[in-house]
Ligand binder design. Structure first.
Ligand code: CAA
Ligand code: NAP
Length: 242
């Protein structure tokens, strides 16, 4: 029977590519959606692979409990989680509101607790699992205008390393991917002149492609990556090396 991969925010730019790649690798792929159901269904119809859709607000614990119940009611166990849903609310720190801080921390970091907590015990009991957390180059190096996002994304890898140690003897690996600037709506929302300056600072002189992140996720989900846990994979066109 196919293993089940849950991708949060699978309807977004990177998420869509991750869903496609995991489906091609033989996983049964399910994705959360946050937008109206019709929009998510329209997205699913456009894809050239099968994907199950479940509503979830990853920043809300109760919503994640309901997600687990809905998935179980469909007779599925989650074997792979890609914690991918995320948002930005950029502003220089003095202009950042408390709401901007909370929205980013809860969507990008609390979500790892909210989602992983539902499924990690099932993985350890079955003796196989993969948790793949999407951080960012800006969690590694910090980015002006993103105190909220950089803090949340730095926290992602702390979570990865701690949980990896707890489940390491139970066949479950936990890893981070830290993408650089990838050509999705999130990056295209940056003011053009600011974005051009950022791209000019990337040694490869281009934005990354969602497929280039999906390839790393696919590897980490595979049996080939069985000996890798607590690691942070950078894919950033040389923007930050450490
Ligand atoms: N380094 C140092 N200071 C910077 C800076 C930088 N890179 N960018 C902006 N600033 C400072 C300016 O010097 C200026 O300071 P003063 O007020 O003291 O003169 C101040 O920020 C300007 O801020 P303003 O509020 O006046 O407004 P702005 O229109 O310039 O917007 C901003 C500020 C929202 C931070 C804007 O510069 C911006 O969008 N920057 C890009 C942030 C970024 O990289 N976001 C990534 C989004 S995509 C993503 O997050 C995906 C991922 O993981 C890679
Ligand atoms: P995107 O296209 O904007 O997709 C983000 C996805 O997250 C969307 O599907 C969105 O759903 C979902 N989402 C947002 N808030 C949610 C919530 N509260 N509950 C459930 N789902 C929610 O962005 P992306 O570029 O693909 O980013 C995906 C991940 O990669 C994020 O974690 C991001 O921080 C990270 N990342 C991106 C880049 C980049 O350059 N693009 C670089 C490094 C890291 P709706 O559309 O329904 O709101």
């Amino acid at each position: 029977m196919s293993k089940v991969a849950l991708v949060t925010g699978g309807t977004g730019g990177i998420g869509s590519a991750v869903c496609k790649r995991l489906a091609a690798a033989g996983f049964k792929v399910i994705s959360t959606y946050f937008e109206p159901e019709e929009q998510a269904k329209a997205w699913a119809e456009k894809q050239d692979f099968a994907v199950g859709l479940y509503h979830c607000n990853v920043s809300d614990y109760d919503s994640c409990v309901k997600l687990k119940q809905a998935i179980e009611a469909d007779g599925l166990n989650v074997d792979v989680i890609v914690n991918n849903a995320g948002i930005t609310r950029d502003a220089k720190f003095s202009k950042m509101t408390y709401d901007m801080w909370r929205a980013v921390l809860s969507t990008n970091l609390d979500s790892l607790f909210n989602i992983s907590h539902q499924f990690v015990d099932g993985m350890t009991e079955r003796g196989w699992g993969r948790i793949i957390n999407i951080s960012s180059v800006n969690g590694q190096k910090g980015q002006a205008g993103q105190t909220n996002y950089s803090a949340a994304k730095a926290g992602v890898h702390g979570f990865t390393m701690a949980l990896a140690q707890e489940v390491v003897r139970k066949g479950v690996t936990v890893n981070t991917i830290s993408p650089g600037y990838i050509g999705t709506e999130m990056v295209m929302a940056i003011r053009e002149d600011v974005r051009e300056k950022i791209v000019a600072q990337i040694p490869m002189q281009r934005l990354g492609k969602p497929e280039e992140i999906a390839a790393v996720a696919n590897f980490l989900a595979s049996d080939d990556a069985a000996f890798i846990t607590g690691a942070d994979f950078s894919a950033n066109g040389g923007q930050y090396m450490h």
